[in-house]
Ligand binder design. Structure first.
Ligand SMILES: NC(=O)c1ccc[n+]([C@@H]2O[C@H](COP(=O)([O-])OP(=O)(O)OC[C@H]3O[C@@H](n4cnc5c(N)ncnc54)[C@H](OP(=O)(O)O)[C@@H]3O)[C@@H](O)[C@H]2O)c1
Length: 261
């Protein structure tokens, strides 16, 4: 019988790369995202055996509907990948997009993880997509960083809880990856991160697929550069210096008129 996987945020970027890779490896994939038309096109391209669920995972009722499918289908692999950022100084932007991001990046991920793990059997795997920013702080995307710190700590705890039953749980921590994320988060062209530290979705998924094979670590960093940056920022320099460094490098700056004298 074919293995089954659900990938959230599967209509673009890292999630689409996961869906395509898993389909190639023989999984029957269920793709979740908001845009129904795009999902249907991708499913048609992937071929028979795959399907999609259009759902806005920042909305509780939609998350419940997807959770019902997880309960009924009993997937072998769940990739909780859907996520957005909200750029801007926290108090300068309306709070609702920030709250919607928290519901998507954390609440829906918790509910789908819970449903999946209740029905999981030995050999199954749960991959939660966080970010290298989970280990840092990033003024200009403060709440986003905090959501990814949550995903990482949450997944590490679940890794330990579930290894005795043979269920692998891990947090995937990509660094800057060339996708629509930057634009979707409100980033502008002049704020695009440097190409030298940017990976492709394919490179990120290569590392994730190898980690799903080896099942050795609760946290997965996706490049040597990302590992070096995290090591320097968390082990070499003091935390306060790291926050000042990240704040200085943040592409999201407060408009001069908003700065206090
Ligand atoms: N790109 C990076 O630099 C980077 C770095 C570290 C971590 N990450 C993480 O990687 C994950 C994937 O991001 P990406 O870079 O591939 O971004 P992306 O290209 O913008 O793709 C995001 C995917 O999530 C879906 N999505 C967005 N809002 C949704 C919602 N409310 N409900 C359901 N689906 C939703 C989008 O489809 P619809 O718009 O149709 O819903 C799309 O399929 C995210 O968790 C992100 O935080 C990205």
């Amino acid at each position: 019988m074919a293995k089954t996987a659900m990938v959230t945020g599967a209509s673009g970027g890292i999630g689409l790369e996961f869906a395509e890779r898993l389909a190639k490896e023989g999984y029957q994939v269920t793709l979740v995202a908001r845009g129904e038309g795009k999902l249907k096109e991708i499913v048609a391209r992937l071929g028979a055996g795959h399907r999609s669920i259009a759902a806005d995972l920042s909305v509780a009722a939609d998350t419940r509907r997807v959770a019902d499918d997880v309960r009924a289908t009993k997937y072998d692999l769940l990739v909780n990948n859907a996520g957005v950022g909200v750029y801007g100084w926290f108090a300068d932007v309306p709070v609702e997009p920030t709250l919607a991001m928290m519901r998507l990046n954390m609440d829906s991920l918790v509910e789908l993880s819970h449903t999946f793990l209740q029905g999981a059997k030995s050999g199954d795997a749960l991959l939660n997509v966080a970010s290298t920013l989970a280990l840092l702080s990033f003024p200009g995307a403060a709440t986003y960083c905090a959501t990814k710190a949550f995903v990482t700590a949450f997944s590490e705890g679940l890794w330990f809880e579930n290894k005795p039953r043979g269920v692998y749980v891990a947090a995937l921590l990509p660094g800057v990856t060339k996708t629509n994320f930057h634009e979707a988060s409100g980033g502008t062209a002049d704020q695009t991160p440097p190409a030298a530290i940017t990976q492709t979705s394919a490179q990120v998924v290569d590392v994730a697929m190898a980690a799903l094979e080896s099942r050795s670590s609760p946290t997965i960093l996706t490049s040597f550069t990302n590992k070096a940056m995290v090591f320097f920022s968390t082990r070499i320099i003091p935390r306060k210096a790291m926050v000042n460094l990240m704040g200085g490098q943040s592409p999201v700056k407060r408009a001069p008129a908003q700065l206090k004298a």
